[in-house]
Design a protein around this ligand. Structure first.
Ligand code: NAD
Length: 445
């Protein structure tokens, strides 16, 4: 057992802390948000993340998990993880203000021989900056390790407990081994590298995944123009082990708290160091076009959007999370409001109060049927199972017009059309409406 500290109790910090406690370590978690700490102390998770709350409760009961809303005078822990937010700045760079604050608070409270571990996604070179700050705090030699986090919201606990790899970057091999030993019960594959490379692995991984999605979205547009089915194309491509099937799903595009800011930050870093990130720029452009294409599909089905009532199913950026940061669903809602449509939003887990705050002009509904009542169109914006299996006949009953835009390509086109809907999707035959490919024609005769 090792005593460690985790700074920041958000998606990454809370999951890492609870999982490290589950592995037998004693974990002090510090967050400057007192409400968040109060919630955690009571055994509740501040985020919707499957499996997290039981681990938090177990950690508290076993006295291995301690939540603090202030920094202690001195850390007992010798290994301190930084897991604070690094949002996008107005220029597109990662804003590391919170990392600086956390490191200056930590560095003043560490004993010699301690290790600061960067789990936040930070620009290349931040490890050296952190080492400089720790050195200036004058508390004796402190090592810095970069340990980027790859968990996915919605399966974060499983991803932490069964990592594909653990990346550890440092110029201090002993510090790497001390951090590696924390993960030993998981028997992970560990990549040991220098600190800049570790920082870059995180950005390159996210940029590649975003590129895969933008790639298949571009192929979807070409499929629409040429009459091919992108779902089948992706399936055929994905069976090739060199390509792999994941992240090849056409739809409204990527969002969330990581891809948008990380792709932008990487492009920014590249540009200010004289590289030309043309691919990254195209990846971002294709992604924002996907939201506009959904508006165009609605316009194709409904005509002018002024005065139309559109129900948006799902508000988070994907299923199994309540994270609405840079959510395609909410961006689409804003675009429709700008066009003069009225918008009703339903999400199974995002609190109504947050939606009212984020999209004050929209109505927040308590169910699929309530959102769809009197709507002229419904958009499936998040791939929650609840939407994939919804009762289409019941859905259509309360609607003023039966138009359904499947922004995630998760519904069966034949079933939706058989239920009397004008069905539009992304890159599949008839994506733009009733002009069906030959294989589907008979169904609607
Ligand atoms: N969310 C993800 O899926 C994910 C995955 C991999 C990596 N990351 C990266 O991990 C980092 C954290 O992301 P997140 O989504 O967990 O952020 P978050 O916004 O959910 O949580 C950050 C927490 O840090 C706290 N905080 C800020 N400054 C602090 C300080 N000085 N001292 C103590 N606490 C402080 C905030 O109050 C907040 O609770 C980011 O760099 C992000 O890019 C996120």
């Amino acid at each position: 057992m090792t005593r460690i500290a985790v700074i920041g109790c958000g998606y990454v910090g809370a999951v890492s802390a609870a999982c490290f406690a589950e592995l037998g370590h004693e974990v002090d978690c510090v967050d400057t948000d007192p409400d968040r700490i109060a919630l955690l102390r009571s055994g509740r998770s501040p985020i919707h993340e499957p499996g997290l709350e039981p681990l938090i409760q177990k950690g508290i009961q076993g006295r291995r998990l301690h939540f603090l809303d202030e920094y202690p005078d001195q850390f007992e822990a010798k290994i301190v993880f930084i897991a604070v937010n690094t949002p996008e700045s107005s220029e597109g760079a990662a804003d590391i203000r919170w990392v600086r604050d956390a490191v200056s608070s930590v560095a003043a409270r560490l004993g010699p021989g301690s290790i600061i571990v960067n789990k936040s996604t930070v620009p290349i070179g931040t490890g050296e900056l952190v080492a400089g700050m720790a050195g200036r705090a004058g508390r004796g030699p402190v090592s810095v390790v970069s340990n980027p986090e790859f968990l996915r919201e919605g399966s974060a606990v499983r991803d932490f407990m069964q990592p594909d790899r653990v990346v550890l970057g440092s110029d201090d091999p002993q510090a790497i081994e001390r951090v590696a030993s924390l993960y030993a019960p998981l028997e992970p594959v560990i990549q040991r590298t220098d600190i800049r490379t570790a920082e870059m692995i995180k950005y390159a991984s996210n940029a590649f995944l975003a590129t895969k999605i933008s790639f298949i979205n571009e192929i979807a547009s070409i499929c629409e123009a040429l009459g091919a089915d992108v779902a089948e194309v992706a399936h055929g491509m994905g069976m090739d082990v060199r390509i792999g099937g994941q992240f090849l799903k056409a739809g409204l595009g990527w969002g969330g708290s990581c891809f948008p800011k990380d792709v932008k930050a990487l492009a920014h870093m590249a540009a200010i160091h004289g590289a030309h990130p043309q691919l990254l720029r195209s990846v971002m452009e294709i992604n924002s076009d996907q939201r506009l294409r959904a508006v165009a599909k609605l316009r194709g089905a409904l005509g002018e959007l002024e005065g139309q009532r559109v129900a948006i199913l799902g508000a988070a950026f994907k299923a199994n999370t309540d994270d609405t940061r840079q959510s395609p669903a909410l961006e689409l809602a804003q675009l429709l409001l700008l066009e003069g449509a009225s918008v009703a939003i339903y999400d199974p887990v995002v609190p109504a109060a947050r939606l009212n705050h984020l999209v004050p002009m929209a109505t927040v509904a308590g169910s699929v049927e309530e959102a769809a009542k009197d709507a002229t169109a419904v958009v499936v914006a998040t791939d929650w199972p609840e939407f994939i299996h919804m009762d289409l006949a019941r859905l259509g009953e309360g609607m003023a017009r039966r138009v359904l835009v499947d922004g995630r390509n998760v519904l069966d086109p034949l079933a939706v059309r058989a239920a009397g809907f004008d069905y539009r999707c992304v890159g599949r035959p008839g994506a733009e409406g009733p002009a069906l490919a030959p294989a589907l024609e008979g169904v609607h005769a």
